[in-house]
Design a protein around this ligand. Structure first.
Ligand SMILES: NC(=O)c1ccc[n+]([C@@H]2O[C@H](COP(=O)([O-])OP(=O)(O)OC[C@H]3O[C@@H](n4cnc5c(N)ncnc54)[C@H](OP(=O)(O)O)[C@@H]3O)[C@@H](O)[C@H]2O)c1
Length: 325
């Protein structure tokens, strides 16, 4: 499919690519993979909207990018995905200034946090990682549809292999909260969102993809306490070789952030993906159903069209708004 692989970097993926005139919106641009994506694509001339919940962190990230990309075109905006009012306010302000978006990179995420709820009462991981991005994308859809070849890239994870959506109790109201199940569920939601978004919007010229970036040491691990790690070890012992964290599988290898952000930058820009809308991607390649979830394997439930449509309807209910343009 592409000549890139797990070691390819953002600069290699973007070699010879001209992004001048493109408007790229990145959520969670204040650190990790979001910051690296902003750096790489701004170095190719893109105008980047860096959306982050903490303005000081966002400004610090922008300063680091400007130091390595002099003249980078960066617009900083505040967005808290755990608060629907903040998302509505962000979208309103953004659309007052822009009527086109070439790429919406839904990158922000929270992993294995203690139980908590968003401002609107959703379980924190599903609420932030999926529901917030669902509303954001729906509100920004007019600008995507107005832009030929627009793309939406949703950051999923190999950890989607931990859990499908529990439609009976998605918010952990009746079952015990498990941070890994909640993260896995939210990352399955990210993949299903790309499936349904692409189905609904491809005729309007918009494509969507989901991405597993690999394993990268970022601030994402901030909630990974010894207790949370022990829960994963226990799960692996209980379930055997079922998930991405199999104990008899080869040791996990970490990618540097330049390689970690490569797949999402590839998803955002590669012309060869035009025919593959809705797909799950990893290591700068198409996903493989049933393959190794530490690389580019994807569970069939994360690509299931029926579940994707069901999640879309549920999400419209959660945000109280529908998005059929
Ligand atoms: N790193 C990995 O190994 C890995 C593997 C698989 C998938 N992923 C996915 O990759 C994406 C990027 O993660 P990363 O590794 O770059 O982690 P990171 O460095 O922690 O970055 C996550 C970003 O999301 C932001 N964020 C969190 N909650 C938010 C909210 N409520 N509203 C707005 N922004 C919020 C964070 O802002 P604050 O700093 O202000 O909290 C931060 O900018 C995530 O979706 C993650 O699930 C990462």
């Amino acid at each position: 499919m592409s000549h890139f692989n797990e070691a390819s970097t953002t600069d290699q993926v973007l070699e010879g690519v001209d992004l001048s005139g493109k408007r790229i919106v990145i959520t969670g641009a204040s650190s990790g993979l979001g910051e690296q994506s902003a750096r790489a694509m701004s170095s190719k001339g893109a105008s980047i909207t860096m959306a982050a919940r903490n303005p000081e962190k966002n400004e610090a990230a922008a300063s680091r990018i400007r130091a390595s990309v002099p003249g980078a075109d960066l617009e900083l905006r505040t967005l808290d995905l755990a608060n629907l009012a903040s998302i509505r306010s962000f979208a309103k302000d953004f659309l007052a200034d822009h009527d086109h978006i070439d790429v919406l990179l839904n990158n922000a995420g929270v992993m294995v946090c203690p139980y908590g709820t968003t401002a609107d009462g959703f379980e924190m991981q599903l609420g932030t990682n999926h529901i917030g991005h669902f509303l954001l994308t729906g509100l920004l859809a007019p600008a995507l549809v107005a832009t030929p070849g627009a793309r939406v890239v949703a950051l999923s994870s190999g950890a989607h292999g931990i859990a499908d959506i529990d439609y009976d109790d998605p918010m952990f109201e009746r079952r015990d909260y498990n941070p890994w199940d909640a993260y896995g569920q939210s990352k399955t939601a990210n993949a299903l969102f790309a499936v349904e978004l692409d189905r609904r919007f491809r005729d309007k010229g918009v494509h969507a993809f989901s991405v597993h970036p690999g394993m990268i040491m970022t601030e994402l691990a901030r909630h990974m306490t010894p207790e949370v790690m022990a829960q994963m070890t226990q799960r692996v012992q209980d379930e055997g070789d079922k998930s991405a964290t199999s104990s008899d599988a080869p040791a996990m290898t970490f990618k540097p952030v330049e390689a970690g952000a490569a797949t999402q930058v590839w998803a955002a820009t590669a012309p060869e993906l035009e025919e593959h809308g809705g797909m799950y991607l990893g290591d700068c390649q198409l996903g493989i159903e049933g393959g190794d979830m530490r690389t580019r394997g994807v569970q069939s439930y994360a690509l299931d069209a029926e579940s994707a449509a069901k999640l879309w309807s549920a999400s419209e209910g959660w945000v109280g708004q529908s998005f059929d343009l």
